[in-house]
Design a protein. Structure first.
Ligand code: KG4
Ligand code: ZN
Length: 362
């Protein structure tokens, strides 16, 4: 029975090894995410390190997901796996493992686009809440790798409305964090510290775009932060933070706060305010353009407290839905959920499925 089918989802596109069992595209029976801490001190994901960590984690993570769902491999109606976009060496670990399971068990394989997965995190939660997404919907996928706006039509047809021309929003957070000695990922720590600074202290100008008004740009802002740091030297505090990172992979906010003066909190607050304004401005215009009936915001940056507050305050033309934080960042429940309509349509992938570093959704 398709409505109760349990799908085992596997995600390994970047630095999270994840597996989940989702029933009927809605009920999360388990969702296990192993985050790789080893990248913190390098200021970004190191691809070789990532694939090695995936290899180490994939078997225990899948086992754990099945155990928590009280299921065996034979209970899965299909295995869904992220085919791209992402790091090829990382994607390959999940894909190879999923193919092996399907070959051994005679189960169908379903290939899922990671970006579509992020969108389905919202769709799944909306269905759980009993207030499903209404179409046409507007989806903003905003993460370390993507800042994309899509029109989503009934039956999950996608039209790309705009995307970043340079850095993704999460990438801008991560690069600013690296510059200031906060380590990777930068979003969560900057978000917490920004709340303690004055967002009007430093004036950054918003990107002015020619051409498609739904496109984003964040590299100018990143450069403006760099220029500000050059004009207001802070070598000593940055060195102290880097030293802390050498001692410990993920210092807590209290520790960072003790190493961060008010002037830097103000810089972070001003940076965050500018990122949010850039996102909100394009979102508002695109929602009007397609007469969206629901607005969905997902991807790691959707965890951002400032962005959630801005979306709640803004007079947007349709209700805005965010996934819970653990479904905003990379996870496999969203992959299993995105696979469900494909399962119902019998849209299966061949066992020759390849990893695709660059895979467009529309
Ligand atoms: O979706 P995700 O887990 O992986 C990608 O597909 O990229 O997103 C990770 C990104 C990182 O760039 C991280 O810094 C950012 O999401 N991020 C945040 C926050 N939490 C995670 N950015 C801003 N504010 C946050 N609270
Ligand atoms: Zn992602």
């Amino acid at each position: 029975m398709p409505g109760t089918a349990r799908i085992l989802g596997i995600e390994s596109s970047c630095d999270e090894t994840a597996a989940a069992v989702v029933q009927g595209g809605v009920n999360i029976l388990s969702s296990v995410v192993a985050s790789q801490l080893a990248h913190a001190k390098y200021g970004g994901v190191v691809p070789e390190l990532a694939s090695r960590e995936h290899l180490r984690a994939i078997v225990p993570v899948v086992r754990e997901a099945l155990a928590r769902a009280d299921a065996g491999l034979e209970d899965a109606a299909a295995v869904a796996v992220t085919e791209g976009p992402g790091l090829v060496g990382s994607l390959l670990v999940g894909i190879t493992y999923a193919k092996g399971l399907c070959f051994a068990l005679g189960k169908p394989l379903i290939a899922v686009n990671h970006i579509e997965g992020h969108i389905h995190a919202v769709v799944m939660e909306a269905r759980q809440s009993g207030a499903p997404v209404r179409f046409p919907a507007l989806a903003l996928v905003v993460s370390g790798g993507h800042t994309h706006l899509f029109e989503v039509r009934e039956g999950f047809g996608y039209r790309l409305l705009g995307k970043t021309r340079d850095d993704a929003a999460g990438e801008a957070y991560d690069k600013v964090a690296k510059l200031l000695g906060f380590g990777y990922p930068g979003g969560p720590v900057i978000d917490r510290l920004a709340a303690l600074g004055d967002p009007d202290a430093v004036r950054f100008t918003l990107a002015r775009m020619k051409g498609n008004p739904a496109d984003f740009s964040f590299s100018g802002l990143k450069t403006a932060v760099l220029r500000w740091v050059e004009a207001n030297p802070m070598e000593e505090e940055v060195a102290r933070r880097r030293e802390r990172l050498r001692q410990i992979d993920h210092p807590g906010v209290e520790q960072w706060l003790a190493l961060t003066p008010k002037r830097t909190l103000d810089l972070l607050a001003s940076f965050q305010k500018t990122v949010i304004e850039e996102l909100m401005r394009r979102l508002d215009a695109a929602a009007e353009q397609i007469a969206a009936r629901t607005i969905m915001i997902s991807g790691g940056v959707a965890c951002n407290a400032g962005l959630r507050a801005a979306a709640a305050r803004a007079p947007l033309p349709a209700p805005v839905l965010f996934p819970a934080s653990d479904l905003s960042t990379d996870n496999a429940a969203m992959i299993a959920a995105a696979a469900f309509p494909k399962f119902e349509r019998g849209e299966f992938a061949p066992l020759s499925l390849a990893a695709k570093a660059n895979l467009a959704l529309a």
